[in-house]
Design a protein around this ligand. Structure first.
Ligand SMILES: Cc1cc2nc3c(=O)[nH]c(=O)nc-3n(C[C@H](O)[C@H](O)[C@H](O)COP(=O)(O)O)c2cc1C
Length: 353
């Protein structure tokens, strides 16, 4: 059916990379010229050919019931290719507690599918795949037995589904998760415009960090730099909280500070726009009538970004002091959490150095 299959993946802890690899393997088994490439290394203008003999796919994790901003941006930058076939596969966080509990991809798949449709691609498949949940800022990594159970199940599902796509069948799934995703849209929007910036500013390296630089070298969004006299990692706003640094750190030194997250929450929820307006009213009594809802929202948003940045800057300076570092290390739950990365995946597999 196809002459060429091109798969792009974005992956934090290796789940999406693994799913993309299974798909490329299945295509190769059908004798099709196939390639997988990370969004960081992709050259889509050269790699994607036009026409129905070519199949292009995007595989990526679900974040906040939708696609990560990095993936949305990647899809928006793809070249127009009218008639080229396309599929979209979000991976989501499955868990095992007694029985298997699936994740929820929400709008992740169809948002990217919509972008591809607007660029002229012909949609052949949308299907989420449950891989082990990897959000280690919230929960500990799953037990290895459960991890292997979930991965084996995902491999069977992925190869069967993708096998059908390769034979030319159209397979669109996930309409109930899409409906739930639309209901949860406010959560997804809040995550995209606020949550991901906030989360990026709760990471830090404990005293175990030896500044090896692996986290910065392999960060898929190049959001990490080593800073300060101790050369500790600093996370910028482009961080997607993909958990690669946390899951792959050779010394398990990357933590998410829960006390800092609570402190930040109190600071960012101060209604800065309201107070500013109140203060300005004492100079210009009529200003309340002129200033409407949206400028206040804008002021609140600028305040949010600025306060998160400044608090994290200060935190990052203080974290170099051993006593303070120890305090934040022992008061965060992540310090006691098991780490997770897809067991068969190594950092060098990501080809993003
Ligand atoms: C910040 C963040 C948000 C997440 N949000 C969701 C979600 O909304 N729904 C879901 O099913 N899984 C969610 N997950 C789990 C991941 O989507 C899932 O484990 C995925 O397979 C990870 O793939 P990767 O290793 O390629 O990054 C989230 C994970 C992270 C780190």
């Amino acid at each position: 059916m196809y002459k060429k299959v091109t798969i792009y993946y974005f992956s934090g802890t290796g789940n999406s990379y693994r799913v993309a690899s299974w798909m490329a393997g299945a295509a190769a088994a059908h004798g099709i010229d196939s390639s997988i490439s990370s969004t960081a290394n992709a050259r889509p203008t050269e790699e994607i050919d036009s026409g129905a003999k070519n199949l292009v796919g995007l595989v990526f994790p679900t974040h906040g019931f939708t696609a990560p901003w990095h993936v949305i941006y990647f899809a928006l930058r793809l070249p127009r290719r009218p008639g080229t076939h396309a599929f979209v596969t979000p991976t989501r966080g499955g868990t095992k507690i007694n029985g298997f509990i699936p994740g929820l991809e929400g709008t992740a798949g169809y948002l990217i599918a919509l972008i591809l449709l607007c660029k002229g691609y012909r949609l052949r498949g949308v299907q989420a795949v449950d891989m082990p949940a990897n959000w280690m800022a919230l929960h500990w990594g799953l037990h290895p037995v459960n991890v292997s159970g979930i991965i084996n199940r995902a491999q069977v599902k992925t190869t069967a589904w993708f096998g059908e796509i390769l034979t030319g069948r159209r397979k669109l799934g996930g309409f109930i998760p899409l409906f739930l995703g639309l209901v949860l849209l406010p959560v997804s929007v809040a995550y995209l415009i606020g949550g991901r910036f906030y989360l990026a500013k709760t990471f830090f390296a404990s005293a175990k960090c030896n500044s090896c630089g692996v986290c910065a070298q392999y960060c898929p969004t190049h959001s990490l730099t080593l800073q300060g006299k101790n050369r500790l990692p600093y996370w910028s706003y482009s961080c997607e909280s993909c958990m690669r640094c946390m899951g792959f750190c050779p010394r398990q030194a990357v933590e998410v500070s829960h006390p800092l997250a609570i402190l930040l929450y109190y600071i960012i929820t101060i209604p800065a726009g309201y107070y500013l307006l109140k203060w300005l009213t004492s100079f210009f009594p009529g200003i309340k009538e002129i200033v409407s809802f949206w400028p206040i929202i804008l002021i609140d948003y600028v305040y949010f970004l600025l306060s998160v940045y400044l608090v994290y800057r200060l935190f990052h300076l203080l974290i170099h002091i051993p006593l303070i570092n120890r305090f934040f290390t022992y008061t965060t739950l992540t310090h006691y959490y098991r780490r997770y990365h897809e067991p068969g995946t190594q950092l060098k597999d990501f080809q993003e150095e």
